[in-house]
Structure formats: C-alpha cells, structure tokens
Write a protein of this length. Structure first.
Length: 228
C-alpha cells in the first residue's frame, strides 16, 4: 500500500459512513478505512487523531445535512416540527451511525446550530433554561431512537436471507403467544416488526414529541402563573 498517497478528508469520512451504512458502526476502524483507500493506517492520522476523531467527523457530516429553517412568524411548535423533521431527514439514511449524535452533538458547529435553534424555540414557548435544556436533550435523543429502532430495519451484519429468516422467527414467536393473554400483541405482530409507511412512522414520532413539548410548556406556564 502507498503510505504517502494524497488523501481527501471528505472522501475518508464518506468511506467511513459507507462502511457504517452497509456493515454497522463496529466495522468502522482506521485500518478498514485505510484499506479502502489503499494506504497504511498511519496515513489517516494526518486527518484524524484516532478512531474517536473519525467518529467525530462522521457525526459532523450527519449534522451538516440537517436543514435548520430560518425563524418565522408561525407558532413555535410549528417551527419546531419543521426543525425536528429536518433533523430526522438527515439521520434516516444512516441508522447505523445515528447513535453517534447522542454523545457528540456539541462537538461540532452544525450540532451547536441545531441545539441553539431547539433551545430558542423552547424558550419562546416559555420554558425556563434548565427545563428547556432537559426537554431539548430528551427530544433529540428520542429522534435518534426513532431512527435506530425503526420497525423492520435490517441488521447489516446479516445477509438478506438471514435477515428474512430472523424477521420470520420473531413474527412466529409473537404469533405463538397466547391470544387470550396477549391479544393485542398477537394482532399487532406484523406492525411491530415492519412499517406499512416509514414516512407515517416518522411523522407520528415528530408529532408525539412536539405534542409532549407543548404539554410541558403549558405546565410550566401554569406553574408560573400559580406561583406569581
């Protein structure tokens, strides 16, 4: 391998993300990315201090794709819906890497921009700083979880035939449950393991999160009024 081959940092990040997409995050290593570019692992240390630094760069790439709408005159919750939908749109194509965002969102400018906008909208809703911060963190983590746990999402470590067999086995185990004791689980076996509409799944998730935010804001305003 050519140790001094000229490398493009953006291409290295794209390679790491592609490996995560196809094989899972555990497959992403400095050595693996170096092999993909026909260089020694040492060549990558000019761009990333270690694997953790590579993951930071992958996270920044994901967050760079988030479309953050400009503030407008609509109610805060409508703007929040757009913001969270944009966040999901950036993560949905990369479910295997999405979990990186939870612990690395403050490590890059794009992540700070998303966080700032979320906090600003919650402040406009009337939430105090501490409650707004907790609500924002819980909401963003919930969005990542939506992506990671999307029903029917395949395990990248399995070949197509094995994936189908795994899903069939899970469905069979649910259908074998007692319909007297678990009537709703048995009836929902298909829906629990796959999405009839992925778009509807994500719209519902965002609507539920924003509805929860609105309820939290209303409770905060009521508490303030009661003590005022």
């Amino acid at each position: 391998m050519a140790a001094h081959k000229r490398l493009n940092r953006d291409e290295l990040i794209s390679t790491a993300l592609a490996v995560a997409d196809s094989e899972g995050l555990e497959a992403v290593t400095i050595r693996r990315v170096a092999q993909q570019h026909d260089v020694t692992p040492m060549a990558l240390y000019r761009h990333f201090p270690d694997k953790d630094g590579l993951f930071d760069a992958v996270t920044e790439r994901l967050l760079t794709d988030v479309r953050v709408p400009e503030p407008d005159e609509r109610p805060w919750h409508e703007q929040m819906n757009d913001l969270l939908s944009g966040f999901l749109a950036a993560l949905r194509p990369h479910p295997n890497a999405a979990g990186l965002v939870i612990t690395r969102i403050f490590a890059s400018e794009p992540g700070l921009v998303v966080t700032e906008r979320t906090l600003a909208l919650l402040s406009a809703a009337g939430l105090p700083v501490e409650q707004g911060a907790q609500t924002a963190g819980q909401a963003l983590c919930s969005l990542v979880t939506l992506v990671i746990t999307e029903p029917g999402r395949s395990n990248p470590a399995l070949d197509p035939e094995s994936r189908e067999e795994a899903v069939s086995a899970k469905k069979a185990s649910l259908l074998d449950l007692s319909p007297d004791r678990y009537p709703h689980v048995v009836a929902a076996a298909d829906a629990l393991l796959s999405c009839a509409s992925n778009d509807a799944y994500y719209r519902r998730g965002v609507d539920m999160i924003v509805a929860g935010m609105r309820g939290t804001a209303q409770d905060a305003l009521a508490a303030e009024a009661a003590t005022g």
